[in-house]
Design a protein around this ligand. Structure first.
Ligand SMILES: [Zn+2]
Length: 49
């Protein structure tokens, strides 16, 4: 099994946040971040509003 890219965890305000390493979006939930990162092509902000 090929490991997915790992999200980056960051402590802030006493909470742990998880950042997509590709586009640096922050998520409060690690699974959400991993799901996002798995589908994040990092190919520009075209899906960001
Ligand atoms: Zn991303």
């Amino acid at each position: 099994m090929v490991p997915l890219r790992m999200v980056t965890s960051t402590k802030r305000d006493g909470m742990t946040w998880y950042a997509c390493e590709v586009c640096e979006l922050l998520f409060a939930d690690r699974e959400e971040a991993e799901t996002h990162e798995g589908s994040c092509d990092g190919d520009g902000p075209d899906y960001l509003q």
